[in-house]
Ligand binder design. Structure first.
Ligand SMILES: O=c1ccn([C@@H]2O[C@H](COP(=O)(O)OP(=O)(O)O[C@H]3O[C@H](CO)[C@@H](O)[C@H](O)[C@H]3O)[C@@H](O)[C@H]2O)c(=O)[nH]1
Length: 452
């Protein structure tokens, strides 16, 4: 087998999708492959480009995405990804071609293009340039399995669900109920087309997953039957290859000092990730629900995440005074450090896949409040299959929030969830060590790249 020291002339071009929850796992993957001796190039869009200063060992190549402002501000995922892929196809081909021309007769060659499936134009660009490629999925295998069932469920009338609160089981999609099927905030047909494109791996040599076997092995075996290329489950990538900060927003790290002053497992951390938002009424209910729960809380209110305001202008009167002792609000937190802090005993999450993995990896149980897309599926698995979360359903109501916080943080039910979450944390730690499944997956990936 090729020695690690001989691999630096093998260049890997990584193409992330330019949103926080997608950039992070790709940069983690880059760090992992760099530690295996490969040279890493990040081919990124101008929009939301990652900060190269945290990655002195990587080369960064910019792709002009020309993403129109009105498409971006529409929040229409299908339109945004259609535009990104159409606009980036030519420039990405050019970036690859320039790199290959520069390489000339030297030994430093592109061994593989690894792209996030939402940047599917990279598969076509790599194929056109006769370069091998691999796809990285940044959401769960359970979600992909459900995505693959959507055309059938649409035909059978289960999707999109007519009643978004229906708890009727979905035939052939255990453990999902109608309300757990992915929820799209925009037109259905363009989203179905986008999903079909993501599912359709044409020329790539493997699908890489940011997941761990202790969570999704059975689902992986099931979905693998639909594909001829191997699945490689490398995650959780933030544990396997912690990269320096990949945050697009500035982290308010002094909240860690505030956490230092709190008792073990006492704080509920609240964050809806990088995209989800709430309206003014939901914001007020959340504020009072947290304040009245009696538990200390650290709440991320991302600028712009409360519709109609810049930041926290819409906080109800009297709230700031009420939480002086117990609460802390930040714009953006160092989430992984927060979840790893001994004082944090629970996480109210929107169930984005990164947040899900980051919480489970630290043994932190969750209040699950999914907003859209894959988050409903993740929430169902968290609450029903892995049993490390409780669901906060229906319209947000301060009394119900108070109750959910107490169930998770104080009551027996929450303690049992914490024990199960800690058991997953232990399994994950084993899986990333030598002899574990994610470690073995990394070796498989290295060998596959070398063999291409
Ligand atoms: O204050 C904060 C809040 C979040 N994060 C980080 O931001 C990321 C958020 O990712 P995720 O939890 O996956 O949520 P989204 O940003 O909403 O991610 C998008 O991408 C995910 C991966 O494909 C999908 O699962 C989600 O549904 C989709 O909305 C995580 O790594 C967090 O650690 C911080 O660092 N600080």
């Amino acid at each position: 087998m090729e020695e690690r020291g001989q691999r630096s002339n093998r260049r890997l071009v990584l193409v992330p999708c330019p949103f926080q929850g997608h950039i992070t796992p790709m940069l983690n993957l880059g760090s992992l492959l760099h530690s295996e001796g490969f040279s890493i190039v990040i081919a990124h869009t101008n929009f939301n480009h990652p900060d190269p200063s945290g990655f002195p060992n990587f080369t960064f190549a910019s792709i002009p995405d020309c993403l129109p402002k009105d498409v971006l501000s529409s929040g229409d995922a299908a339109a945004i990804f259609a535009s990104l892929n159409t606009n980036c196809r030519g420039p990405l081909r050019q970036v690859l071609s320039d790199m290959m021309a520069k390489d000339g007769a030297t030994e430093n060659k592109i061994s593989c293009v690894i792209y996030e499936t939402l940047m599917y134009c990279a598969e076509a660009a790599a194929h056109y340039m006769k370069l091998p490629s691999m796809a990285l999925r940044t959401s769960s295998i359970s979600t992909q399995l459900v995505f693959s069932e959507l055309p059938r469920l649409q035909k059978e009338g289960y999707f999109p669900s007519k009643d978004r609160s229906s708890k009727d089981p979905v035939p052939g999609a255990y453990p999902l109920r109608c309300k757990d099927l992915p929820f799209f905030t925009t037109d259905l047909e363009p989203m179905m087309q986008l999903i079909a494109t993501i599912l359709d791996i044409r020329t790539s040599s493997a699908i890489l997953w940011n997941t761990a076997d202790c969570l999704e092995q059975q689902l992986s075996d099931q979905l693998q039957k639909q594909y001829s290329v191997p699945f490689i489950s490398l995650g959780p990538l933030h544990k396997v290859a912690p990269a320096s900060s990949t945050s697009i927003l500035e982290e308010e790290t002094d909240c860690l000092l505030w956490l230092d002053k709190q008792a073990n497992d006492s704080v509920i951390y609240v964050s809806l990730g990088s995209l989800a938002s709430m309206d003014e009424g939901e914001f007020a209910e959340t504020a009072w629900g947290l304040a009245n729960s009696g538990q200390p809380f650290l709440w991320v209110v991302r600028p712009g995440s409360v519709r109609g305001s810049e930041w926290i202008e819409l906080l109800p009167g009297g709230f700031k005074e009420a939480i002086q002792e117990t609460g802390r609000l930040v714009r953006w937190a160092p989430q992984k450090d927060v979840l790893a802090h001994r004082a944090v005993g629970g996480f109210w999450t929107h169930c984005g896949w990164n947040s899900t993995l980051e919480s489970i990896s630290e043994g932190v149980p969750m209040i699950c409040r999914p907003c859209f897309m894959d988050q409903n599926v993740n929430a169902r698995y968290l609450c029903h299959v892995w049993r490390v979360g409780l669901e906060l359903e229906g319209d947000l109501d301060q009394k119900e929030i108070e109750q959910a916080v107490r169930r998770l943080m104080v009551e027996e039910e929450g303690k049992e969830m914490r024990l199960r979450a800690v058991a997953f944390k232990d399994q994950i730690e084993l899986s990333i060590r030598k002899g574990g499944s994610s470690h073995a997956a990394m070796e498989e990936l290295v060998n596959l790249i070398i063999s291409l």
